[in-house]
Ligand binder design. Structure first.
Ligand code: SAM
Ligand code: SF4
Length: 342
């Protein structure tokens, strides 16, 4: 590390990589392409919501410009999310633009799957391979209760189409909320085993519109115990230590299950993620209270590469050690999950 930059009171080293003061190297960028959504999941967003004006959203060109700068700082992994990313018209064009950025080796998409059947082929042709589809239940009534909308059939059709199109891996993500997960964990795990999808359970986090309590979390260990007992025994695997999910393999080798234990086993120490919101704000943590305004820079006219690189470096350098939602110090961010990008 040489040549510290002192553009404000904190001196940020000009490292070749995006490193923070805890030595974590950041190579993983999550980009929200819209805050709009065709569902209203209770754990994610309020029913009554005002979406950003379209002029507030970064254009595909602005997003790509951001990715180009981030790639020069060591970012090689990008995930598109939202809101519901497939509601952003022509998303496959953005996938293609990002796939062409030198240094980007891996592009993924997290979607609720409602529009996947229509878009799977063009996304695949654009170079997308990694897909996470959020699905909390196979029961139409509970689907409606959790997402405040209908659409289970469309999600299942989307998964089918994506499988036929050749996507791999396809991961199915479910938020584990006590009172629901007890009924849904086993059917979801079986469905994924039968269809060759990797099942992922995410502990319910305090980032939605509803009042969160620790008691509402159905914990990773409870999920693993239930699956091991009712579906098939599980063996631990060597997981990627920077990935938030801890993966397990069925003892009959018929698939894998992952748990993201954000509440019971926070993975902040290994966090390598950086976020860009749909309205162009850089966030160094899902739970960050501060943001940096990349959109203002991108729209300021003239070359912005060096200033944007400094902004990204500074944001990462100032990252805190970790979220504190297991403590009384926790402060919930103003934005709910749909407006940050999960
Ligand atoms: N609409 C897309 C979807 O649902 O996949 C992408 C955006 S969504 C915000 C990304 C992920 O965040 C989804 O898997 C969703 O289940 C998860 N999520 C939303 N609110 C959550 C919460 N309070 N706790 C844990 N995960 C949450
Ligand atoms: Fe929409 Fe995804 Fe949030 Fe559900 S979790 S409301 S699908 S953004």
């Amino acid at each position: 590390m040489t040549d510290p930059v002192a553009s404000s009171e904190i001196r940020v080293p000009h490292s070749a990589f995006l490193t923070d003061t805890f030595g974590r190297r950041h190579n993983n960028l999550r980009i929200s392409v819209t805050d709009r959504c065709n569902l209203r999941c209770t754990y994610c967003m309020p029913e009554d919501v005002t979406f950003l004006d379209r002029s507030e959203l970064l254009t595909f060109e602005e997003i790509t410009q951001f990715v180009k700068v981030a790639a020069t700082l060591g970012v090689d992994k990008v995930r598109l999310t939202g809101g519901e990313p497939l509601m952003r018209k022509g998303l496959h064009k953005l996938v293609r633009m990002i796939a062409e950025v030198p240094g980007i080796a891996d592009i993924g998409l997290t979607t609720n799957g409602l529009l996947l059947a229509e878009q799977a082929a063009e996304l695949y042709d654009a170079g997308l391979r990694r897909l996470n589809v959020s699905l909390d239940t196979l029961d139409p009534g509970r689907f409606r209760e959790l997402s405040r909308r209908d659409g289970l059939d469309r999600v299942l059709a989307g998964l089918e189409t994506a499988k036929r199109a050749g996507f791999a891996p396809i991961k199915v993500n479910a938020v584990a909320i006590r009172g629901y997960a007890e009924l849904d964990v086993v059917p979801l795990a079986r469905y994924c085993r039968e269809n060759g999808f990797e099942m992922r359970f995410i502990e319910y986090m305090p980032i939605g519109a509803e009042v969160w309590e620790r008691d509402k979390v159905f914990f990773a260990q409870e999920i693993l115990d239930l699956i091991g007992r009712e579906v098939c025994p599980l063996n631990s695997t060597k997981s990627d230590h920077t990935a938030p999910a801890v993966d397990y393999e069925y003892s009959d080798a018929c698939g894998r299950v992952g748990v993201i234990a954000s509440v019971s086993r926070p993975f902040c120490q290994q966090c390598n993620r950086l976020r860009l919101t749909a309205d162009g704000k850089v966030r160094n943590c899902l739970f960050a209270l501060d943001e940096a305004d990349a959109k203002a820079l991108l729209r300021s006219g003239g070359p912005v590469g060096a200033a944007l690189a400094d902004m990204i470096r500074r944001s990462v350098w100032e990252k805190w050690e970790g979220h504190a939602f297991n403590t009384a110090q926790f402060v919930k961010p103003d934005r709910t999950m749909h407006a940050i990008g999960g």
